[in-house]
Design a protein around this ligand. Structure first.
Ligand SMILES: *Cc1c(COP(=O)(O)O)cnc(C)c1O
Ligand code: SF4
Length: 503
């Protein structure tokens, strides 16, 4: 992502009422994510090819406002942080030296309730917290910062701490990268489950703000080796063309919605050709509805985006925006709701998913309200995820047993339309495993599990059982119930794994 410094046109009604002191005159350190509209119009070369029915215009009151982003260097420039103690601000700097930090003015002004900091869930979602680093890691970096250590020494220590945080969980890099016809790895693609290909466009590997718990954190801290990205539209299209078994394309990141529409168009528009008829579903994973809903509202680039989405829908594709939500507060602003209405008007379905995270949403009432709000706004609840085993996981993790309790208590409070959310699911190396419940069978307390997705499609939907463990937080900490030595899928999984790692 280039670091142009400029203002992006978009806005918020509340921002417009803010005192000048809080309003960015110029983007100070603003790394704007989007460039202003320029070539976008030219990519819509043939106006006759545009969909006939235009999506509703944006409400008048969304007047222009700049996109202004803050990173670790800018912590002292966030006026609201003046309420915290100097110790708290120092703690943030220590954590932000190791883990990615990025927030923007919209999140600061509209989503965080500063009277409730540090407990506020959106503050926990975006701002570094001391507990995110283990005490020995925290102390090491804090001491170096206090003593004004030189750059090399600090970088070395930071790299070591990062390395200790399991930067690539679940064999991401080794096991999911597909090969082309010459046996070369294709960067930027993952093909783990038969019918779905994941695509990581290189221009979409950042986000409008970063989640503190993000399992893709390693790619945001500048470690090039850890990046999974591709700028090659051709590679994507070649791969899809030669894989007729693939029905679903999932465009993900980072956040693909940080891309300019014309880049998104380069990837997606070719899928309208008959040779891609097997691609029935296009999903785009994004948290832009939370972190920068103006992406869908203010700029002219947003109009082009609406046209692109509508074109895909009208051509008969199922287009789903896989919106990442953790808390109902993300859905409460005027801008968020206007963006949702606008996207839905294109015929795109918005499905909502997100992880269960301590300090943010480990509470049945919060989930029930999130799902109810989603349904009211026309979104479809899809997944509750279990936090992955990487980064600051020890701070955010919730035991599987508790996760299931929260899920069950939340789902009991909502109507059938909100019960489309799948129970706590782990994206583990063998597959996506859902905790279906806790029960007792023949006197033994067990977890009931199932594969929602599996390396072998034949595993999907077969119930299996793990010995109950109140503390376990991930699949690899569970053991089979009833004294069995292995999981039913274990031998096959190990064979698949060896084969993949040998490639
Ligand atoms: C979740 C996931 C998918 C999509 O699975 P669905 O069950 O179709 O939502 C595809 N690939 C990977 C790696 C995933 O984690
Ligand atoms: S929006 Fe998604 S990719 Fe971006 S920081 Fe949050 S969890 Fe990570």
């Amino acid at each position: 992502m280039s670091a142009q410094v400029h203002a992006l046109k978009a806005s918020t009604p509340r921002a417009a009422q803010q005192p000048d002191a809080l309003r960015p005159a110029v983007a100070i350190h603003g790394q704007a994510v989007h460039a202003p509209r320029s070539a976008a119009a030219q990519t819509l070369a043939d106006p006759a090819a545009r969909p006939t029915q235009l999506v509703p215009p944006v409400a008048q009151h969304f007047a222009p406002t700049p996109f202004k982003v803050f990173t670790a260097r800018d912590l002292d420039r966030i006026p609201q942080l003046a309420r915290l103690t100097p110790e708290q601000r120092f703690e943030m700097k220590v954590v932000a030296a190791v883990l990615p930090f990025r927030v923007n003015q919209y999140v600061i002004d509209e989503l965080i309730d500063w009277a409730d900091v540090p407990r506020d869930p959106i503050f926990q979602l975006t701002f570094p917290q001391r507990g995110m680093l283990a005490p020995e890691h925290y102390d090491r970096i804090a001491t170096l910062l206090e003593n004004g250590a030189d750059k090399d020494e600090l970088e070395h220590a930071v790299a070591e701490v990062r390395h200790a945080l399991n930067p690539h969980p679940a064999d991401q890099m080794q096991m999911n990268m597909p090969l082309d016809e010459h046996g070369n790895r294709i960067d930027g693609l993952q093909h783990k489950y038969r019918e779905t290909v994941l695509f990581f466009p290189s221009q979409g590997q950042t986000c409008h703000a970063y989640c503190t718990f993000c399992f893709r954190w390693a790619q945001f801290v500048g470690d090039k080796d850890l990046r999974i990205a591709s700028s090659e539209a051709r590679q994507l299209h070649d791969y899809l063309r030669s894989h007729p078994e693939v029905t679903d394309l999932l465009v993900t990141g980072g956040d693909p919605m940080v891309m300019k529409t014309r880049h998104l168009r380069d990837y997606l528009e070719p899928l309208l050709r008959p040779e891609f008829d097997h691609i029935q579903t296009i999903r785009i994973g994004s948290k832009a509805l939370t972190f920068w809903p103006h992406r869908f509202l203010g700029a002219e680039d947003a109009d082009d985006l609406m046209h692109l989405l509508q074109q895909l829908v009208e051509a008969g594709k199922h287009v789903a925006l896989m919106a990442h939500y953790n808390h109902w507060k993300e859905l409460e602003t005027d801008a968020a709701q206007a963006a949702i209405r606008r996207i839905r008007a294109t015929g795109v379905v918005i499905r909502a998913q997100g992880p269960l995270i301590a300090h943010i949403n480990d509470d049945p009432a919060a989930w029930a309200r999130l799902w109810k709000t989603e349904v009211r706004l026309g979104l479809v609840p899809y997944y509750m995820f279990v936090e992955r085993d990487t980064g600051a996981r020890h701070y955010f993790e919730v035991p599987l047993a508790r996760a299931w309790e929260i899920y069950q208590q939340a789902i009991q409070q909502v109507s059938g339309l909100a019960r489309t959310a799948r129970g706590p699911s782990m994206s583990a190396s063998p597959g996506k495993v859902e905790i279906q419940g806790v029960t007792e069978i023949a006197g033994e307390k067990v977890f009931v599990l199932r594969f929602i997705q599996g390396r072998n499609p034949d595993w999907v939907q077969r119930p299996f059982f793990a010995k109950f463990d109140a503390q376990a937080t991930w699949l690899d900490q569970l053991v089979p119930a009833f004294g069995e030595e292995k999981w039913f899928w274990q031998d096959e999984y190990e064979a698949i794994r060896e084969e993949k790692l040998a490639e």
